[in-house]
Design a protein around this ligand. Structure first.
Ligand code: ATP
Ligand code: BUA
Length: 731
């Protein structure tokens, strides 16, 4: 049986990991139902969830266990928005808009009535969608269709005929009627006797939905058939006539759909077929004989469009009863994924599945998603992330990305050297130019965030930038490193702290255990310098995916970027990690571990100390072997045996040091190995690393690319929501 839930999850996660993706805002007006609370907790990674109800009631439903949460409780309450209509700032605006929407309708409201109605969570939720403050409203588990769906259909604009589909992924059988045992029926809930126009809308909408859910790699054909007691002229009657009239209309609409996106090119719709002719090749052969090839869907239809509600509803309930183990769901059509009406008997699993299918169809609908909503705080956050030859500038409104630019610096210019303050000045000028070019005024930001610098002995987390911190960085930074520039730039952008400015997760955070700190020479201790911002974010991202807390997990996290660092994160603390500038595996321009005797020789070869340091930290690794450090170009030469040998050695070094970390957690097991950084964007390298990691017998999760801008934004939001209290740097 196709695992529908897994398929939908994979697609959602893929779409939501796009750099400019935003999560849809979904409203549950029935937040007093334990199924809704539990389901909401399983949706927070893929949606911004609004629960309409009383915060105290929702908390007590969680505390007394009738609503079990799929994620840590703190995370749930920090992510969902609970809105009580009676106390909402939006109440009056929504009531006025409701009255306006009702004008001239049979159900027209006076302003008094509208104010009263808006206190009803269903009206409140539907109006949030109507006004563009939310993307979708989901209900029906605690209300009748009349009480939930009628207000939604009245108030939320649709793109055609509203209808409902019943989707079934059936258990495996020897002789399945349908490819992969997937079948859909429509309309199963709304239109008593659809007109030809409605039938054509239902046919095209249902086929489009099936394709939106199942990519061609999973379901090669989407074949719609309008079911009748007549096969191509064998019978007569009003319903047959309606289908005949619907067929050309459906053909026209289908042509427009195919024109809009080639993904729909292989959809077929055929009218007026008996159900046996629609689903069985043999029956089709018997009845259609040599005309069979004229009708693409005949004998292989997997979307069955019924002539009236009686048949649709019957089929839906028949299949639900006969196949209790099927993965099934109701899906609304014709509403651009803005509404879902559950059945009151829905199980928790069905509530979650329905919501995820709705998210998928909502994201794939042409209507753009809400980027910022008054329901969710959306402070403007400017983030800067200085690297050795580039500075990343990313701007967010709350969680919504606004800008993400990587400014490449000329090595001979902006970062050629000079004091931290001098370098910061020229980089800052390019950051300002970039912001200006995109019409972004940093003075309008609520918070300015930067990667942390090499402060001595910092704590993990967020520090407010202060003059004392800048002094410490200028005079006492542990290493001369581009990360030190961040605080200076953020300070200047914030007009010397007038806008709150912060650094997050310094590379010098030291949480090593004594065992991991000690070396073989008394007096020489390990001194970690690592990609703390990136690694700690990747650990949190994994924990969120696994619906756990980092404090409860043992993770090995590797940052594979310009530098490489591998951290052993035991219950949220990085208990072992190297100095990524000089130790560990080789990287694009880092030498990594070199036999000690060779190092000694090099030091006495008459070179200046700065030159020796440069050999290890700037012109080692790929650059030393191949004369280039950009993996994007190097991987194109991977067929060259010399290049392949160096890439294999780098991958092998990374994998073997990750494997070596397994023992750091002894006697506890490692839950997951997590990889991140832009080198993970290289399939050539990643494949070689992953191959060897299979030896660990531990799952591997990859967050390819840089997660640092997201890390800075998330840190800002934690401060903004009072989840984190920023530290002050004391000299
Ligand atoms: N699309 C890509 N495909 C393959 N490799 C890439 C891609 N984009 C960047 N890289 C490589 O990733 C490396 C840079 O990684 P990343 O940007 O994560 O590091 P960084 O954050 O700049 O540096 P640091 O490790 O100092 O933090 C470079 O070697 C670059 O060539
Ligand atoms: C944390 C930074 C270490 C490096 O530059 O590789």
């Amino acid at each position: 049986m196709i695992d529908l839930d897994k398929l939908v999850d994979e697609q959602l996660n893929g779409m939501l990991s796009a750099p400019d993706a935003v999560k849809p805002v979904i409203v549950f007006p029935e937040a007093n139902d334990p199924r809704i609370i539990s389901a909401a907790s399983g949706l927070i990674n893929q949606a911004r969830v609004v629960l309409v109800g009383e915060a105290a009631e929702i908390r007590s439903l969680c505390d007394y266990k009738s609503a079990e949460l799929y994620c840590p409780r703190d995370r749930f309450f920090s992510q969902v928005q609970i809105v009580n209509p009676a106390q909402s700032d939006l109440k009056e605006e929504l009531a006025m808009a409701l009255q306006e929407a009702s004008k001239g309708r049979k159900w027209e409201f006076t302003s008094m009535e509208a104010r009263e109605k808006i206190l009803n969570p269903v009206f409140f939720g539907a109006m949030l969608v109507r006004l563009g403050y939310a993307d979708a409203c989901l209900g029906g588990v605690a209300n009748s269709t009349k009480d939930f769906l009628a207000p939604c259909l009245r108030l939320i604009k649709s793109s055609g005929t509203a209808f409902e589909m019943g989707l079934f992924c059936l258990p495996d059988e020897d002789n399945p009627l349908w490819e992969n045992n997937v079948v859909m029926f429509a309309d199963v809930a709304l239109n008593l006797k659809p007109s030809p126009e409605q039938l054509s809308d239902i046919a095209v909408g249902a086929c489009k939905t099936l394709r939106d859910i199942f990519p061609p790699t999973v379901l090669s054909g989407v074949n719609g058939a309008m079911i009748s007691y007549s096969t191509k002229g064998s019978g007569q009657g009003p319903s047959v006539e309606a289908i005949r009239q619907a067929e050309p209309l459906a053909a026209q609409k289908l042509a427009a759909l195919k024109e809009s996106d080639p993904v729909y090119k292989d959809i077929n719709i055929t009218g007026e077929l008996q159900i046996s002719v629609a689903v069985s090749r043999e029956a089709a052969q018997v009845k259609l004989k040599n005309r069979l090839d004229e009708f693409e869907s005949a004998g292989k239809a997997n979307v069955l469009i019924v002539p009236s509600l009686d048949e649709g509803n019957m089929l839906y309930h028949l299949f639900n009863t006969q196949y209790p183990e099927a993965q099934s769901s109701l899906i609304m059509g014709g509403m651009d994924g803005q509404v879902l009406d559950y059945s009151r008997g829905s199980s928790l699993l069905q509530v979650i599945r329905g919501a995820k299918l709705l998210l998928l169809t909502r994201i794939k609908a042409t209507k753009p998603l809400v980027r910022t909503s008054p329901l969710f705080p959306s402070p403007r956050i400017v983030t800067i992330n200085p690297g050795s030859v580039s500075t990343q500038v990313a701007v967010f409104d709350g969680d919504a990305p606004v800008l993400n630019v990587v400014i490449e610096h000329d090595k001979s210019g902006a970062c050629a050297g000079g004091s931290i303050a001098q370098q910061a000045e020229s980089r800052l000028a390019s950051v300002r130019r970039t912001l200006e070019k995109h019409d972004i005024d940093p003075c309008g930001a609520a918070m300015i965030m930067s990667r942390g610098g090499m402060l001595p002995n910092p704590q993990a987390g967020t520090y407010r930038i202060s003059q004392a911190m800048l002094t410490a960085l200028e005079s006492g930074a542990v290493e001369d490193h581009p990360s030190n520039l961040g605080a200076f730039m953020a300070w200047e952008l914030s007009r010397q702290g007038k806008t709150p400015a912060f650094i997050v997760d310094c590379p010098t955070i030291d949480e090593l255990t004594p065992e991991n700190r000690l070396t073989g020479i008394k007096g020489i201790e390990k001194m970690p310098i690592w990609h703390a911002l990136s690694q700690r974010q990747a650990a949190r991202m994994y924990a969120d995916l696994a619906n756990q807390r980092v404090q409860d997990l043992n993770l090995i996290v590797a940052h594979l970027g310009s530098g490489v660092s591998i951290g052993s994160h035991a219950k949220g603390k990085c208990i072992n990690v190297e100095n990524a500038i000089f130790d560990g595996p080789m990287g694009p321009s880092r030498a990594g571990d070199i036999p000690a005797e060779a190092v000694i020789e090099l030091c006495y070869a008459g070179l200046e100390k700065a030159m020796v340091k440069k050999i290890f930290s700037a012109v080692g690794g790929l650059y030393s072997h191949l004369g280039a450090h950009d993996l994007r170009q190097i991987q194109d030469r991977a067929n060259d045996p010399d290049v392949a040998a160096v890439l294999s050695a780098m991958a092998s070094g990374i994998a073997s040091q990750i494997l070596a970390r397994l023992s750091d957690f002894y006697p506890e097991p490692v839950e997951q190995i997590v990889l991140t950084g832009r080198m993970c964007l290289s399939p050539v390298l990643l494949e070689k690393v992953l191959e060897k990691l299979t030896l660990a017998g531990v799952g591997v999760t990859v967050f390819p690319g840089s997660v640092e801008a997201e890390a800075l934004k998330d840190a800002a939001m934690r401060v903004y929501k009072d989840i984190d209290v920023p530290m002050r740097w004391e000299s």
